[in-house]
Design a protein around this ligand. Structure first.
Ligand SMILES: NC(=O)c1ccc[n+]([C@@H]2O[C@H](COP(=O)([O-])OP(=O)(O)OC[C@H]3O[C@@H](n4cnc5c(N)ncnc54)[C@H](O)[C@@H]3O)[C@@H](O)[C@H]2O)c1
Length: 331
């Protein structure tokens, strides 16, 4: 295999980023894309010169010339295309949350094992230089073991109009759960969580979760969709890890490019995905390039972990249960 032949299912806002990032990789050929929205997928097929476009994922998955499928559909519709792709012999990158319940996430993993294919969760933060460097420092042992992990992720209110389609824990918190589990290097033992619905939706727009790990580490995760739109701050995220002999952390909120104009302030998140003058950069490109290199070389993609992602889904369910009952949940 000289190039990895890739297909993408789900070409919404993040799926188009996948398309741009894959097309920028020299070791990849994007052979097909699929979205149930016919006009959208045809337009993208023409704009990016993709040979084959589909509105039915089953038809795409019948092809035997695809090595890797990226599943970038809605949060609660990853299961069907993922399992069918694995059964038809393709490797799969499935976006976060891999599933919105533990049962589906375990069934996906079992299918991957039965068919000897890779199942990689789309936890892109593992490829963001700041998150990755913090993990590298913790792994080096220079700071000792992590004892306290604080992770904050805040988004503007306007985005909640779209993403309240999924519980906040599966939309925002799963990103931080994957990082907390990766940094702690241990399983979560118990969870106590709180949720508030400030804007009145059915799902909370603010979540606090306190986790205790089997190795004694603690984590606090704070997520909300309450940044005023007028503040024009896309990401207001923080990380602080207190270890036995030191502290490591960073802020996304006050870093990066800002534009001040007659319309107020604007901030840009350039580190995840950027396409300028046909040149793509960012953590997404790193993640997809790493996976494709592993497929070509036959190496295990050890920077990713479907086991950690599934543990994240278990913890996410426990957080929802703790918010509902007001009780501490043991795992
Ligand atoms: N890792 C990240 O940083 C990150 C960022 C954004 C989104 N995401 C994840 O990516 C996924 C997609 O998010 P989005 O913001 O692009 O959503 P979106 O609503 O913009 O796009 C989803 C697309 O999937 C298509 N679709 C749904 N079911 C389909 C099916 N069965 N077959 C073919 N097409 C189908 C829809 O028509 C739509 O175009 C979600 O799981 C989301 O959580 C991850």
């Amino acid at each position: 295999m000289s190039k990895v032949k890739v297909a993408i299912i789900g070409l919404g806002s993040w799926g188009e980023c996948h398309l741009e990032a894959f097309r920028s990789l020299p070791q990849v050929e994007v052979v097909a894309i699929c979205d149930v929205r016919e006009e959208l997928v045809r337009q993208l097929g023409e704009a990016y010169s993709i040979p084959d476009v589909y509105t039915n994922a089953d038809e795409l998955l019948n092809r035997d010339d695809v090595d890797l499928v990226s599943v970038v559909t809605y949060e609660n519709s990853h299961y069907d295309p993922t399992v069918k792709a694995l059964q038809s012999g393709k490797h799969v990158l499935v976006e976060k949350p891999v599933a919105t319940n533990v049962r589906e996430s375990i069934a996906m993993w079992q299918t991957a094992k039965e068919h000897g294919r890779l199942l990689v969760p789309g936890h892109v933060l593992r490829f963001d230089p700041q998150y990755a460097e913090a993990r590298h420092m913790l792994q080096s042992g220079r700071l000792g073991k992590p004892v306290s992990i604080y992770l904050r992720r805040a988004r503007p209110r306007a985005l909640f109009e779209t993403y309240q389609r999924t519980h906040t824990v599966f939309e925002l918190t799963v990103n931080d759960l994957d990082i907390a589990i990766w940094y702690a290097g241990s399983e979560v033992k118990s969870v106590k969580a709180y949720g508030r619905s400030v804007m009145g939706a059915d799902v909370p727009d603010l979540v606090w979760a306190c986790l205790e790990f089997a190795n004694g580490a603690l984590a606090v995760i704070e997520n909300h969709w309450l940044t005023p739109n007028e503040a024009n701050i896309i990401m207001a995220d923080s990380v602080e890890v207190v270890a036995e002999q030191g502290i490591i952390g960073f802020e996304v909120q006050h870093a990066g490019l800002q534009t001040w104009s007659g319309q107020g302030r604007d901030t840009s998140a350039l580190h995840i995905h950027l396409n300028r003058n046909g040149r793509v950069s960012g953590a997404l490109k790193e993640e997809l390039g790493y996976l494709c290199d592993c497929i070509l070389s036959g190496e295990d993609p050890v920077q990713t972990s479907i086991g950690d992602a599934i543990q994240g889904i278990k913890v996410a369910e426990a957080i929802i249960e703790s918010i509902r009952t007001g009780r501490e949940i043991k795992l």
